[in-house]
Design a protein around this ligand. Structure first.
Ligand SMILES: O=C(O)CCC(=O)C(=O)O
Ligand SMILES: [Fe+2]
Length: 283
């Protein structure tokens, strides 16, 4: 029997008792709605092949290969492998792979003119301790902004790149580095829910457009402080067989990155974009 339960107070919902391989449209509809309502959806106890995972992922939108070519699955470019090839040929831990997603709270794909709608992970191997993923709500962050900031940011866009101000691009091939910035509204109206969120990523933003450099830096620092609201986190403790999907349009996440390096922590990962119809639902 399908069960749906809330996880964190601001974000997160868990579905159990389903097999995503055999879900029909009527079975999927309440799951998709629960995801839109709670932004992070956990589906427990799945036993999937790569084709099953891709097939299920396509229900949410269009899968696009991640720009990090070196971490793509060799036979399935749409699949990114997390935690694979963690050690270099000389036996040294590759920090870019081990700590992927752990450098700070972020949203995936803000460096793209059309950022990822969603990211979905399927857990293949989970360490005995650590390795959680943390989530927080961009709606809650927006709602917490003082009126002064809401007004200052109305209609304002930010410039974003893959490496932001630190220019960290270790997972990209040389030919894919230093791509020009793209621009996104900082107050983002969600294309499906119509709700406003704080669209923000301190690791990818370069500047707030129209602000002097000093004000831009001050705003970036101030907005960083609003991302995670008190008691707003949902912390996912993985089990093999979990599928977790998050909505990059209205949430932030980070990997805890604290598991024993000699243990496996492996996920299949897909980046999902809006279909044209979803992207045009609202301007
Ligand atoms: O491995 C994780 O927990 C999440 C990593 C991450 O940030 C991502 O896959 O986008
Ligand atoms: Fe991420």
């Amino acid at each position: 029997m399908t069960q749906i339960r809330r996880m964190g107070p601001q974000i997160g919902v868990e579905v159990s008792g389903v097999d995503v391989r055999t879900l029909d449209d009527d079975g999927f509809a309440p799951i998709y709605q629960a995801w839109l309502d709670h932004n992070v959806l956990v589906v427990k106890d799945q036993d999937l092949t790569i084709d099953d995972f891709l097939h299920y992922s396509r229900r949410f939108g269009r899968i696009e290969p991640h720009p990090s070519k070196s971490t793509r699955h060799p036979d399935f470019p749409e699949i990114t492998l997390l935690g694979v090839n963690k050690f270099d040929a000389d036996g040294k831990l590759n920090q870019a792979i081990y700590r992927r997603g752990a450098e700070g709270w972020h949203t995936d794909g803000a460096y793209d003119a059309k950022p990822f709608k969603a990211t979905q992970l399927y857990a293949i191997a989970i360490p005995s301790t650590g390795g959680d993923t943390l989530f927080a709500s961009g709606y809650a962050a927006y709602e917490a902004l003082p009126q002064r900031l809401k007004q200052r940011l109305e209609g304002v866009v930010g410039a974003f790149t893959y490496g932001g101000r630190t220019k960290a691009q270790a997972l990209l091939n040389p030919e894919d580095r230093n791509v020009p910035p793209v621009y996104h509204p900082i107050v983002r109206t969600h294309s499906e829910t119509g709700r406003k969120s704080l669209y923000f990523d301190p690791g990818k933003i370069l500047s707030i457009e129209g602000a002097e450099p000093k004000e831009s830096d001050d705003l970036i620092e101030e907005l960083t402080g609003f991302m995670i609201q008190p008691d707003g986190e949902y912390r996912h403790r993985w089990q093999a067989g979990d599928i977790v999907i998050w909505d990059n349009r209205c949430s932030y996440h980070r990997a805890a990155g604290d598991y024993p390096p000699d243990e496996d922590r492996i996920h299949w990962r897909v980046s999902i974009k809006e279909t044209q119809a979803q992207g045009q639902a609202r301007a």
